[in-house]
Design a protein around this ligand. Structure first.
Ligand code: NAI
Length: 295
């Protein structure tokens, strides 16, 4: 039994260094948990310098909060920070054992990035996408190593939420699945497996609910507060749907609805108001203005 336990544990041991592409809300959280909980070295890459600076400040602030609460020591904080390096050059992940992508939710941009990653990364490196809804099989198609490509869908905020949905694509190898499940476990997460279908499990169920709330608000069914409070107190949701949409990012919600709509049919048509807010740049909490205003 001890031997088989050891064998099970060893499956993700060779993942020492992880590249994370995209240092937005999700990439930042993934990098922090990889460094802090799974104790892996992380290279966090973003094409925008401002995004990298913001991410460093965010991670530092979150660790300081934990320190002030007495949840971690100064040594743990600095050890976590020392495991994360930042870069604006994608080639800096060339020696990583695994790369987790968390860039904008756009199929063409993601596919292009995965082709680039497959060319840059060392043979056998696992390439995971944190996409909320895009087909992993499509993302893996032009990589020449589809057996190494997988969906690893974290929830927001990554530091707090306990779940990772793991999505094997058509050509994903069992080894890639095993290593990914094990790494998620070492990050302190519980995993579920989902078939590679639009929205996977979480967003197939969540997004139509958020979209319906946006449509209902547009029709004047209730005020923002009344819609959110009804779901919060009447249905025991931890957040109202419109506050949740702001938290996720309205651009991300809109992109996911578009994918559900294109691939699963009219039932999933994005609410026109959601589109209008995205066009207006009211993307939610990350920009200070969505359905609600944020200081
Ligand atoms: P975000 O807008 O906060 O961050 C995206 C980051 O990617 C930005 O910093 C941007 O500069 C960078 N970026 C864009 N294109 C790039 C490229 N080609 N190379 C390098 N960096 C690039 O977005 P967020 O919310 O972090 O979402 C990222 C991904 O995670 C999306 O696929 C989204 O669907 C998924 N996701 C989002 C969740 C959420 O609640 N926001 C939850 C789970 C998954």
């Amino acid at each position: 039994a001890a031997q088989s336990g050891l064998r099970f544990y060893s499956s993700a041991v060779h993942i020492q260094t992880v590249g994370v592409i995209g240092s937005g809300q999700m990439g930042s959280g993934i990098a922090q948990v990889l460094a802090q909980v799974a104790k892996r070295n992380v290279i966090l890459v973003d094409s925008k310098k401002e995004s990298i600076e913001k991410s460093l400040i965010n991670i530092n602030n979150l660790l300081t909060k934990q320190l002030n609460k007495g949840n971690i020591t100064e040594a743990e904080k600095s050890a976590t920070l020392s495991r994360i390096s930042f870069s604006d050059d994608i080639k800096s992940v060339k020696d990583a054992d695994m790369v987790i992508e968390a860039i904008v939710e756009n199929p063409e941009i993601k596919s292009k990035l995965f082709q680039e990653l497959a060319a840059i990364c060392k043979p056998g490196a696992i390439l995971a996408s944190n996409t909320s809804s895009i087909s992993i099989t499509q993302i893996s198609a032009n990589t020449k190593t589809p057996e190494n490509v997988i969906g690893m869908h974290f929830m927001n905020p990554v530091q707090v939420m306990k779940l990772v949905e793991v999505i094997p694509a058509l050509g994903t190898s069992q080894n890639t699945v095993d290593v990914t499940l094990q790494l998620a476990k070492e990050m302190g997460k519980t995993t579920t497996l989902s078939k590679d279908m639009p929205g996977f499990i979480a967003n197939r169920l969540l997004m139509p609910y958020i979209n319906e709330a946006v449509q209902a608000f547009d029709e004047g069914l209730g005020t923002l507060e009344h819609i959110d409070t009804t779901m919060l107190l009447g249905c025991n949701m931890p957040m109202g749907p419109l506050a949740l949409a702001d938290f996720i990012g309205l651009d991300t919600c809109y992109s996911i609805m578009n994918i559900l709509h294109t691939q699963l049919g009219d039932k999933y048509r994005p609410a026109p108001l959601l589109k209008r807010y995205v066009e207006a740049g009211r993307l939610g909490k990350k920009v200070g203005h969505g359905f609600y205003l944020y200081k």
